[in-house]
Structure formats: structure tokens, C-alpha cells
Design a protein around this ligand. Structure first.
Ligand code: ADP
Ligand code: MG
Length: 728
């Protein structure tokens, strides 16, 4: 009988590098598949162009006639690009993207063929999407959902399909996706930040949140990946002994990229560039076969779409190179997991990064304003922010023995800390001319200098200031960035609005000058949000103890992390910023919990399959081999056999003990699962899965892994870590 593991190894060893032609400049192909500004100018009438531009910049509505013109133009362009179909491309709450393709082709009433794609099809579509999760919002038989065009993210041709980025909402107006709330949050932060930026520059009329994500991933040979049913079904290895060599030699990080991988990367980057995804950096990551890709940052909505598109393109290109991409946050035990750092900032339409220090004291006061307000926002809503990155798979990183910790804290470095310490001493009310000069020259005035040589970087911080942006590091590699970006921009919007109110009050009621009022409010913020600032080792036990004293949350698993979403403060936050209604928020929490439970249900079922179909049979096969050996020796040597069979018999027993323990744990888990599945209430179910069922996974794994260690290699059916991670 042939074992798939060995066939896969042979296949993977015989792979040729698939060559990718690299000629010409990347900038020549950038965005060729995108209906971008250049194509708008080329294909649209002046009216249509202006109307579309206005919709993109100000969010104005496009009237039906113009929509028809735009649709006609996009269709014309798409067909020249080889598109035969179009789709509304949207982000249901499953976390990935969805699409349903329709041909441009249609029939007239008298049966003649025509190419049809009008404003109606561009603007709105009703996918028969009744099986997407809605957390109870959309009863399949009552309110249906529809997708609506998001003109701020340009349409693109992917393969032979014209993709139109859309939001997905119910007919009663509730968001059924991740994009609609993101757009609302970006609107809220635009409004609030613009008001505050106007203190410093009257010409600012719009503020965009910017996002630069860094996508980490594992890449393994396709045949090897498909030889592991757990990878196929759950995206991770549920069992497996660490290879003798892991990442301890640090020989993979930034090392030479293997040829097959490099060829995949070139191919991928070419495709991304055509699709307008500004990919820039590629390198090996810490764990064996782990890599990273980072683009140039963009406006957050576009960056989110680009990340989702990237993940899809990666899957397809990897397949072409006989590789499989693993986006799971922890595909392999014992080596690093994968994250997706979200670098975030705010930029004005006058071209200023509000989190970048400037060349004058006033510009630096602007920087400090946005800097301190962000810190304050995270301090107030750290637990809500934590909830935005909670998932069954990310639980293996956050709060497990893995980076970064589940506790939110902010790293700003020594120099900025000392600036904040000095600002804490600013006088109450009006400032004397001497104090103002001192502040301008020696505190605020010094900022650019210190940042330039601020090389101090803390890799253990979940939320770090890195010179001109904040970097949120707990985001999972699989996560849709829309989720953390919705929360981050909402809390900063709320904070900036509160700040504006406080400053205006001091201006009107106390007659303070603008800079005095700002210093006064910032001083109080600095005083009250000290607990969130932490520059030490975020992975240490001491920090856990210290964070507890500071009353920072430390929610180590998804059910715990999601609880905050039902609190009154959270409901008020999203309601007041018009990002999510109470119903929408409740629905999201429900979907997150449901998803969590389903992941654990699948993993539990998969454990059972692996144990009964693979691990126990091979353990028994080896045990039988040992028994045959012992029986043979006994036949030959009679009573004298004891001298030669002791080792074999002790192994027979050891295997037997593991088999019993394994069967017992698996059956108990399976029974617990059956019981849990009958519970009512998703929150209760999630808790039971988390606390009563998941711990069995570890017991099962430990016995199965002990067996892998002792059983003859030829009899072990599951491809091993040493093969999965080291065959290039
Ligand atoms: P790292 O040391 O973490 O690799 P980099 O300077 O290479 O940091 O930047 C990482 C990411 O941060 C990149 O994707 C980059 O585009 C993004 N980034 C840089 N500036 C900004 C900004 N102002 N807003 C958002 N993202 C940014
Ligand atoms: Mg980074």
C-alpha cells in the first residue's frame, strides 16, 4: 500500500522552478488592470469624469444618467482587457471576499445577443447571498441584502472578470459586511480630524486614514500540503512533532530566498502591480518557510481591498508554482506564527502626515495633538481594539506563548516619553511668555531632531509608534484589516471630537489662546492615560502582573475578548460615531462567536478523524510488528527470549498506553462536543468550546506526538514537520 506522505515527498523533490519573465519596468505595468484616474480621463465624458471624481473625494451621489455613462465606459475598457464577466466584489462577515460572476452577454426580447452592463448593474446588485452570515439581521425570508458600488475603490479586471468593489447591506440599511462600517469609520475620522487639523491649517478640508499592512505567510509544497488532511481542512497542523531544527539558528530570517519561492514572488508581484497593489518589500521571515510581503501604504479603504485581493492572488499564483500559501496565524507549533502588522496614520488633503513631526513648533504641536489623542483613544478603548483582532486562529498568538501579547500597551520610546513628561508640567490656564518660549524652543521645538535619531524600537509592543505612524502588531495574518481599522478609526474619531469640544470650551469660556488651550487639554490627557504607555518587555511575566495592577485588560481568548462588544460604552461609542447601530454591533458579535465555535467544531472533528484513521492504525501496525518480533524470538529461544525482548515489550506497552489515553481523550472530547452542540446561545457554546473542549486538543496532540516519536518512520502516515518545513 502506498502512503500519500511518501508520494508527496517524491513529487515535491522533483519540482522544477517555474521561470517568470522579468523585463521592463514595474512602473510601466502599474495599474494596467485598474480603471484608475488615467482610464477615467481616457474613457469618460467630462461630466461623467467630474461627477465620479466628486463622488470619490466628497462621497456625493452619482445620478442615474451619469452612472449609465460610467458603466458604459468601464464595460468598454474591460472588454478591451479581455473581460467577459463582471462581478460585485464584496466582503461578507466570513472574513474573506465573495463574488458572483455574470456575463456581459444578454439577449434582446427577440433573441439577439448583446453586451449589456448599465448603470443599474454597476450601482446595485442583489446576489442570492442568503447563506452569508448576518448574525440574525437578515432573515432569509424577509429582508434580502444587496451590494452597492463603492466608487472610492476603483474597479479592476482580474482574469476575465471585471470586479466592482461594493458594500453589502440589507434592504433595511444594516451593514452585512466589513466594508460598510469601515467606510463609516473613515468618514467619522475624516470629519473629526479635519476639524482639529483646522486649528493648525485652515486649508485642510479632508483627512484620510492611511494603512500599510505587512503580510506574513508560510509557503509549502502543494503536494506536501495536500498530504496533510488537517492543513487542507483547518489550515494548520493539528498534530506533529517539531523538527530537530526549527528557527533557533536564525538562519532563515532575511536569508537567501529559495529559487522556487523567489520565482513565485516575482510572479506574484507582477500580477499585483498590474492590479494596482503597490507591493514593495519581500523577505524571509523568522520561521522556516515563512515570508513577508509589504506594499507602499495607501488610503485605508483601498489598502484593505488590496490586502484582500492580494490574499486571493497569492493563492492562485502559488498554485501555479506548485506551492500552497498558509495564512493561518499558527500553522506549525514550535515556530513563529504569522501576523499582519497594520501601520496607520492620518494624512491631510494638503499633503501633511499628521503623525509626522514638522519643521516649526506649531507643526510639532499639531503632531503632538494627534499623537496624544491617539494614545488617549487607545487607552480608553484598549479592550474594544483588542476585540477587533480576536479569532480562533489568532488565539494561538495573542495570549499564547507567542508575539505579541493580548494586553494592549503603547510603546513611544524614551525621547517622546520625556517630551510628554515635560508637557505634564505645563501650567494650568494661561501660560507666561517665558513658559511659552521654553515650550516652543526646548520641548516642542526639539521633536524632529530626536525622532531622526530615534532608533529605539520595541518589537514586543502590540502598538508602537515608529517615527511617523503607529504600528498595530496583533492583527492576525488571516484577518480582514477592515475590522481593526474600523475600530481604530472610530475610537480616534471619538477622541478627536471630545478633544475639539474641550479645546473650544477653553477658547470660548476661559479666553485662552489656541496653543494654551491645546497644551492645557493635552496635559490632562498625558496625566490620565499613563497606564497604557509601556516601553519594557511585553512578553515578560512581570508585565502581566504590572498590567493587571494598571487595570489593563488581558483577554486571552476570543469569547473573553468579544464580551466588551455588548457593554453599554461600546454600544454608545459605535452609535455616537454612526459606525454601527446596536443591532449591527450585536450581529457582528454573534457572527464572530458563531465563527469561533465552527472553527473549533471542525478542529474537534478533524482530531477525531486523524486519531481514528491515521494515528491509532499506524500505532497498532507498529505494535503488531513488535509483537510478531517478540513471538518469533520466543519461538526460537524459548525461556531465554527475555534477554532480547525487554525493549520491544516495553515499547509495546508504551504504545498501548498512548493508544488508550488517545482514545479516551478523543472519545471524551467527542462526547463533550455532542453535548455542547445541543446548547442554546452562541456565547455559552463558545465558552464551553473554549474552556471545556479545546483543552482536549492539547491532550490528544501530546499523545499523538509521543507516538510519532516512537513509531517506525515508514509506518507514519502524516507528513512530518521536517518535511513540510524544510523541503524547498
Ligand atoms: P518596518 O520596520 O516595520 O518593516 P517600514 O518603514 O518598512 O517598517 O514600514 C512598514 C510599512 O509601513 C510599509 O507598508 C509602509 O508603507 C508603511 N507606512 C509607512 N508610512 C506610513 C504611513 N504614514 N501610514 C501608513 N503606513 C505607513
Ligand atoms: Mg513592521
Amino acid at each position: 500500500m502506498s502512503i500519500p506522505r511518501f508520494e508527496a515527498i517524491v513529487q515535491s523533490l522533483n519540482r522544477a522552478v517555474i521561470s517568470v519573465e522579468e523585463k521592463g519596468r514595474r512602473s510601466d505595468i502599474f495599474g494596467v488592470n485598474v480603471f484608475n484616474e488615467a482610464k477615467m480621463l481616457q474613457y469618460l465624458t467630462k461630466d461623467a469624469y467630474e461627477s465620479l471624481k466628486d463622488a470619490i473625494v466628497t462621497g456625493s451621489k452619482i445620478d442615474r444618467k451619469i452612472a449609465d455613462q460610467v458603466a458604459e465606459a468601464i464595460k468598454g475598457w474591460a472588454i478591451t482587457m479581455g473581460a467577459t464577466h463582471y462581478t460585485h466584489w464584496f466582503q461578507p462577515l466570513t472574513g474573506s471576499t465573495a463574488e458572483k460572476h455574470d456575463a456581459f452577454f444578454d439577449l434582446t426580447l427577440d433573441g439577439r445577443a448583446l453586451e449589456k452592463f448599465g448603470g443599474g448593474q454597476l450601482v446595485q446588485q442583489e446576489p442570492d447571498a442568503s447563506s452569508f452570515p448576518s448574525g440574525g439581521i437578515r432573515n432569509t425570508f424577509e429582508a434580502r441584502g444587496y451590494t452597492a458600488w463603492d466608487p472610492t475603490s476603483p474597479a479592476f479586471v482580474y482574469g476575465t472578470t471585471l470586479c466592482i468593489p461594493t458594500i453589502f447591506v440589507s434592504y433595511t440599511g444594516e451593514a452585512l459586511d466589513n466594508k460598510a462600517p469601515l467606510l463609516r469609520a473613515l468618514g467619522a475620522v475624516d470629519e473629526a480630524a479635519t476639524q482639529v487639523a483646522k486649528y493648525f491649517d485652515k486649508n485642510v478640508t479632508k483627512v484620510n486614514a492611511t494603512l500599510g499592512w505587512e503580510q506574513e505567510y508560510f509557503l509549502i509544497d502543494k503536494a506536501l500540503a495536500y498530504s496533510r488532511p488537517d492543513i487542507v481542512i483547518t489550515g494548520r497542523t493539528l498534530l506533529g512533532v517539531a523538527a530537530p531544527k526549527g528557527q533557533q539558528l536564525d538562519d532563515h530570517y532575511f536569508g537567501v530566498i529559495p529559487s522556487r519561492v523567489l520565482s513565485f514572488m516575482s510572479d506574484l508581484e507582477k500580477e499585483c502591480t498590474k492590479l494596482g497593489i503597490p507591493v514593495k518589500t519581500r523577505h524571509n521571515e523568522v520561521a522556516p518557510n515563512q515570508f513577508e510581503l509589504a506594499p507602499v501604504f495607501e488610503e485605508a479603504n483601498l489598502a484593505v481591498d488590496h490586502n484582500l485581493l492580494l490574499m486571493d492572488v497569492m493563492d492562485k499564483i502559488a498554485d501555479r508554482h506548485n506551492l500552497k500559501v498558509l495564512f493561518h496565524e499558527k500553522p506549525f507549533a514550535g515556530v513563529n506564527g504569522s501576523g499582519k502588522h497594520n501601520n496607520w496614520s492620518l494624512a491631510t488633503d494638503t499633503g501633511v502626515n499628521l503623525l509626522s513631526p514638522g519643521s516649526t513648533p506649531m507643526k510639532n504641536l499639531q503632531f503632538l495633538t494627534f499623537f496624544v489623542n491617539t494614545i488617549k483613544a487607545v487607552d480608553t478603548y484598549e479592550e474594544v481594539l483588542r476585540s477587533s483582532i480576536a479569532s480562533a486562529s489568532n488565539d494561538h498568538r495573542l495570549g499564547a506563548n507567542e508575539a505579541p501579547p493580548a494586553i494592549f500597551s503603547i510603546f513611544i520610546g524614551k525621547q517622546l516619553s520625556s517630551v510628554l513628561d515635560e508637557l505634564e508640567g505645563v501650567s494650568q490656564g494661561k501660560l507666561s511668555p517665558e513658559e511659552k518660549t521654553e515650550l516652543k524652543l526646548n520641548v516642542v521645538g526639539k521633536i524632529p531632531e530626536i525622532l531622526l535619531d530615534n532608533t529605539d524600537r520595541n518589537r514586543t509592543s502590540p502598538f508602537a509608534f515608529t517615527g511617523n505612524k503607529f504600528e498595530m502588531r496583533g492583527v492576525g495574518s488571516k484577518t480582514n484589516c477592515a475590522k481593526p481599522m474600523t475600530v481604530l478609526n472610530t475610537i480616534v474619531a471619538k477622541q478627536l471630537k471630545d478633544f475639539k469640544k474641550e479645546v473650544d470650551l477653553l477658547l470660548d469660556k476661559k479666553g485662552l489662546k489656541k496653543d494654551e488651550a491645546i497644551f492645557n487639554v493635552l496635559r490632562e490627557y498625558i496625566k490620565t492615560c499613563k497606564r497604557i504607555r509601556f516601553d519594557g518587555d511585553g512578553y515578560s511575566k512581570d508585565w502581566e502582573t504590572e498590567a493587571k495592577k494598571r487595570k489593563l485588560s488581558n483577554n486571552k481568548n476570543t469569547p473573553e475578548a468579544l464580551k466588551i462588544l455588548s457593554s453599554k460604552d461600546t454600544i454608545d461609542l459605535f452609535k455616537s460615531m454612526k459606525v454601527l447601530s446596536e443591532v449591527e454591533l450585536g450581529a457582528r458579535m454573534e457572527v464572530e462567536l458563531e465563527t469561533y465555535v465552527m472553527h473549533l467544531q471542525i478542529e474537534g472533528q478533524m482530531y477525531k478523524n486523524l486519531v481514528y484513521n491515521s494515528v491509532i492504525p499506524s500505532a497498532i501496525a507498529y505494535q503488531n510488528k513488535l509483537i510478531t518480533n517478540v513471538t518469533g524470538l520466543k519461538e526460537i529461544y524459548g525461556a531465554a527470549h527475555k534477554g532480547f525482548t525487554e525493549a520491544q515489550l516495553s515499547m509495546v506497552e508504551e504504545i498501548g498506553e498512548h493508544i488508550s489515553a488517545l482514545k479516551k481523550a478523543t472519545d471524551t472530547m467527542s462526547n463533550a462536543q455532542n453535548k455542547a452542540d445541543k446548547l442554546t446561545g452562541t456565547a455559552k457554546m463558545a465558552e464551553v468550546y473554549c474552556n471545556d473542549i479545546k483543552p482536549y486538543f492539547d491532550t490528544i496532540r501530546s499523545h499523538a506526538d509521543q507516538l510519532e516519536k516512537v513509531i517506525e518512520d515508514q509506518l507514519w502516515p502524516l507528513t512530518k514537520y521536517s518535511e513540510l518545513l524544510f523541503i524547498k
